[in-house]
Design a protein around this ligand. Sequence first.
Ligand SMILES: Nc1ncnc2c1ncn2[C@@H]1O[C@H](COP(=O)(O)OP(=O)(O)OP(=O)(O)O)[C@@H](O)[C@H]1O
Length: 336
Amino acid sequence: MIEIKNLSKTFSTADGTFQALKNVNISVSDGDIFGIIGMSGAGKSTLVRCINMLERPSEGSVVIDGVDVGTLGRRELRKLRRSVTMIFQGFNLLMQRTCLKNVCFPLELDGVGKKEAKKRALELLELVGLSDKANAYPSRLSGGQQQRVAIARALATNPKVLLCDEATSALDPKTTRSILSLIKDINEKLGITVIIITHQMSVIEEICSRVAILENGEVVEQGEVNQIFSSPKSEAAKHLVFPGEEENVAELQYGKRVLRVVFNDSESTETPLIAKLAAEKGIAANILYASTKSVGGKAFGCMLLSFPDGETAEGAKRYLSSHDGITVEEVVNNGK
Ligand SMILES: Nc1ncnc2c1ncn2[C@@H]1O[C@H](COP(=O)(O)OP(=O)(O)OP(=O)(O)O)[C@@H](O)[C@H]1O
């Protein structure tokens, strides 16, 4: 288990001090795929670097399996970094070494004999689907293939935790999905705990079970991905879960009332609620926006509905929220 406790980080800059992380508290269970999401500058990289002490927290601690890693000496820290490994947006491969030699590198540093290192590296290249590229140089590989080599290298020392810092941000959507699916496979097959740093909600949706939302160095919300999708509380979470909502609402005429309706189970997603609202209550809703997707195997839908006045909006809100699995919230008040 990884426990980040009351962690703060302050940097000294030419203009004084800058607090990049403020009292962060996060627990990640063994075998979890945990996402940390936030906008650029939110403090994601700083936080992930504090986990393996590449960055020293100014306050608070990181406890891994009961050990406060801030108290470790140099040699123990090196050991820690073999069991908590990392992949990056830019892959960070050694360009003068073949793929095989890249994967052998951490094993050589660990004092593993050449023959044994080669055997293990070949097994790992097979695991990531790149047996045929063992003798190729990274420059000959696509971005997705380079990230696969980086993953094989990160697995060489049999880590317990894999930290992924924007590992798919440089990749196209299809390659992103294939890398995420590889990471999920590794998590399931090898039982490795994964922490994913990203600015993309789609990455969180695709593979994370839990998520923390970071804004200006603070965790503003955290929990099960399904839970946060169905009822985000903070403005930052709403922004991530309902992107583009402001533009949709901004197109409204002055005086209209807008409800956001979130469907968070398959039963409610399959019920023709808007038709029922019209038939049973005589309330006609104008659909501004609608989407459905599957998050963690659960059907999840979102709609923005507009109503001409407060009375019909209130009636619709009462009717819709009386159904299980539905959350209704007003998006803009009359006159805003
Ligand atoms: N060594 C440093 N010295 C001073 N300020 C720093 C240092 N490292 C990071 N910061 C500042 O801390 C804040 C958080 O940076 P960080 O790289 O952790 O954010 P991020 O969420 O990972 O952003 P991005 O997604 O753009 O990489 C930024 O304002 C950054 O300028």
